[in-house]
Ligand binder design. Structure first.
Ligand code: ACM
Length: 506
């Protein structure tokens, strides 16, 4: 066969000339029927893709039962798996439960339909991720996205082997997480959104439900409270901690000017700030970060730090240094956008999220290097490659264009993590994250329309060997592999746009 539609490309794929495995109602799933529910996930994936209900058997099977055998065997690096297929059977061995989950996702991509029925090609795959942190971010502040939308998006991401869901929970337009220590945030500052759309917020039960759903798909939730800028909404609830808006700073074409104490529904950025160095603000920051740490089982808390154009530089540096220390003292690893690299005394080990361009401008790379110099690592989110909210082409109804104009699928694919910030080595890079800001994004259809198929390019940057390091890790082969995923994505209910850069198999 030509290359199978595998995205992200596995570390090693060896195609066999032998006959494929026939997926028929007689096939049994054996092996790991453990708490990780690999069997259930495989059962549902096969059912969705083919309509076949495969039975799971706990005990031994007879020699001639065709089987898909699952096992977690502890061999190999974290999240790795081995998948082998011949005409007699399929075996997936995960090093751990996550590896098993990823092996099952790969198997789902290999299922092929023809007049003769469903088959899986004979193949041997040995796979492990390049980066430990493989993230998608969803902005639930500019437009609120309910729990069902968030869980649908995280399932899509997990199927492409992403393991982090970063939730941008707060911004000028709204505060989206209920906190018992600061109840006014959701009582007074959650009802609005861009364009006057309805706002909303997650109750603590909702937040726990998202975290549990993510964990069941081997994803860690990284929550973000963006501070000290992007905080206009905070002033609706606690006016004593909010500075007056810097008028003019936040203008976007046709946008209203922000008014202190009134909900902001525009798309401007950079006009708001907390009041730095005041005891009321310190108490606010302590409260919100403490409660966020209590609610979040994952190891990271993101405290923002981007575009604080309304905050004087010295106050900004003092603020982000203090916020990073609080997060560390709460037992979590702080993450901030790369601007935080300007602070000389950031808590050691603070992670910087780089959102400059593939070719850095304005010293964004200096900020990233400064974070590494203080013992931190970098998450790469180059805006002109992996910001999924950029228009895919000029005619797109949705999306923005500030990151060097529209971002085609080819541009989303054609970058190499090690080549973005000079001086960084592989071990300085924690991973890759693809953010989806939601100024123009209202619902799951809009998410699908912008995220797909470019999310697949980000998945490959995060998981697969470096560009060109193995056969088929290049744009012509990627295009073909993505096109081959059209049928699977359709059966999964993903409303991806049929990008003309790809020829789709549907
Ligand atoms: C950002 O795009 N302001 C992180």
């Amino acid at each position: 066969m030509t290359s199978a539609p595998l995205v992200p490309l596995p570390a090693s794929v060896i195609h066999d000339d032998g006959a494929p495995f026939a997926l028929t109602p007689a096939v049994r799933i054996t092996g790991a029927t453990d708490a990780t529910d690999a069997t259930g996930i495989l059962h549902r994936l096969v059912l969705t893709r083919t309509g076949l209900h495969l039975a799971a058997v706990a005990g031994p099977t007879t020699d001639d039962d065709p089987v898909i055998e699952l096992a977690v065997d502890g061999a190999g690096p974290a999240e790795s798996y081995r998948l082998s297929v011949d005409e007699h059977g399929v075996s997936i061995r995960g090093a751990d439960a996550a590896g098993m989950f990823y092996g099952v996702q790969t198997l789902g991509q290999l299922i092929a339909g023809s007049d003769r029925g469903w088959t899986i090609p004979a193949v041997r795959i040995d796979d492990a991720p390049r980066f430990a942190y493989r993230g998608v971010m969803l902005d639930v502040a500019r437009h609120f996205h309910d729990v069902a939308t968030v869980t649908a998006y995280l399932e899509r991401a997990a199927s492409l082997k992403f393991n982090v869901l970063h939730l941008h929970l707060t911004d000028d337009q709204g505060w989206r997480l209920e906190l018992t220590r600061r109840p006014e945030l959701t009582a007074r500052a959650s009802a609005s959104a861009v364009g006057g759309a309805a706002g909303g917020f997650y109750s603590q039960a909702d937040y726990r439900a998202i975290i549990a759903h993510a964990a069941a798909h081997h994803m860690t939730v990284v929550p973000e409270f963006d501070m000290p800028g992007h905080t206009h909404a905070v002033g609706l609830a606690y006016p004593e901690v909010a500075a007056a808006p810097v008028l003019g700073a936040g203008d976007a074409a046709g946008d209203p000017q922000p008014v202190a104490g009134e909900a902001y529904t525009g798309m401007g950025v950079g006009f708001s700030s907390l009041r730095i160095g005041e005891s009321a603000t310190d108490a606010f920051v302590d409260d919100v970060l403490t409660e966020l740490a209590e609610l979040t089982p994952g190891p990271y808390l993101h405290f923002g730090g981007d575009e604080a154009h309304g905050t004087p530089a010295d106050e900004f540096a003092a603020f982000v240094a203090r916020a990073s220390r609080i997060v560390s003292q709460l037992g979590k690893t702080p993450i901030a956008w790369h601007e935080a690299g300007a602070a000389a005394d950031l808590a050691p080990g603070t992670i910087g999220q780089y959102w400059g361009f593939v070719s850095p401008t304005d010293g964004a790379d200096d900020r990233a290097r400064a974070i590494v110099a203080r013992g931190g690592r970098v998450i790469l989110s180059p805006a002109d490659a992996v910001y999924l909210d950029m228009k895919p082409d000029v005619s797109s109804r949705l999306g923005l264009t500030w990151a060097n104009g529209p971002t085609s699928l080819e541009r989303a694919y054609s970058w190499e993590p090690l080549d973005v910030v000079d001086g960084l080595v592989e071990s300085d890079i924690l991973g890759v994250e693809a953010p989806l800001w939601s100024e123009t994004v209202h619902d799951l259809d809009d998410i699908d329309a912008l995220a797909f198929p470019r999310i697949a390019a980000a998945a490959e940057a995060a998981w697969s060997p470096p560009s060109g390091a193995v056969a088929a890790r290049d744009w012509p082969a990627f295009r073909e592999r993505v096109g081959g995923l059209g049928a699977l994505w359709t059966t999964l209910g993903i409303r991806f746009p049929a990008s003309s850069e790809v020829s789709w198999t549907l």
